[in-house]
Design a protein around this ligand. Structure first.
Ligand code: PEP
Length: 251
């Protein structure tokens, strides 16, 4: 049976004290991950702290980005092997903030995806359209383009045990959630597209929804057939809010 994944993207937020309290409370209340799987994505400097707090629990953690190279003269960058040393099993790739604020291209993201796979990390590939693209009726075209860049590099095999997060850009941090119906429509499109290449891989693929998920709208979103969990930004920074979403997954 499908088990929802509730994933927290902490972005550039946190401090040692805040993470001790936040993650400590999440582990105390949901550390067994019975209602849903949980993953958290702290900023790089806190990976060791998360590792020591979460070690031995089923909770997973990962980074918010990586560099496609394994090592070298790339000041300020972090490679997949380094993430593995801190117990990471996942990595977010292609978050809309990386695409828009740091001009990451589909091609660069595809290279990072391949590097993550080669290192044994589960890539969480973030895709989604802007408001202008949605209003122009181009949502499917945009997610197809973002997926095709990865498919070109890895083929459909690259999506075996990978995770996709559909995050409409207009819903991230804005309080404007896609309706469950709108999200389901795009999730079904993603699954159908990949299903045409490999039904088994597409059937097992986890497709998360991200964009202003909270304790009040999570259950309705998670009830949709092709929504396998959520990538949570703002609401993952408060234990109470994150736990409300976790509990919604168990309903
Ligand atoms: C995100 O940053 O991936 C996200 C979905 O943020 P929020 O939940 O705050 O919209």
């Amino acid at each position: 049976m499908r088990k929802i994944l509730v994933a927290g993207n902490w972005k550039m937020h946190g401090s040692e004290a805040m993470i001790n309290e936040l993650l400590g409370t999440v582990i105390d209340n949901a550390g067994a991950c019975e209602a849903a799987d949980i993953a958290v994505f702290p900023p790089f400097p806190y990976l060791a702290q998360v590792q020591s707090l979460a070690a031995g629990s089923p909770l997973k953690w990962g980074a918010q980005n990586l560099n496609a190279h394994t090592s070298g003269a790339y000041t300020g960058e972090v490679g997949a092997g380094m993430l593995l040393e801190f117990g990471c099993s996942m990595v977010l790739l292609g978050h809309s903030e990386r695409r828009t604020l740091y001009q990451e291209t589909d091609r660069q993201i595809a290279e990072k995806f391949t590097a993550a796979r080669n290192a044994g990390l589960t890539p969480v590939l973030c895709i989604g359209e802007s408001l202008t693209e949605r209003e122009a009726g181009a949502t499917e075209q945009v997610v197809d383009r973002q997926l095709d860049a990865v498919l070109e590099n890895t083929g459909i095999g690259g999506f075996a045990n990978a995770i996709i997060a559909y995050e409409p850009v207009w819903a991230i941090g804005t309080g404007k959630t896609a309706t469950a119906g709108q999200a389901q429509q795009v999730h079904a499109h993603i699954r159908d597209k990949l299903s045409a290449l490999d039904g088994t891989i597409a059937g097992q693929l986890r497709i998360l929804y991200g964009g202003s998920v909270n304790g009040s709208n999570a259950a309705e979103l998670f009830a949709e057939r092709d929504i396998d969990g959520g990538l949570i930004g703002g609401a993952s920074l408060k234990a109470e809010d994150f736990l409300a979403i976790y509990n919604a997954a168990g309903q």
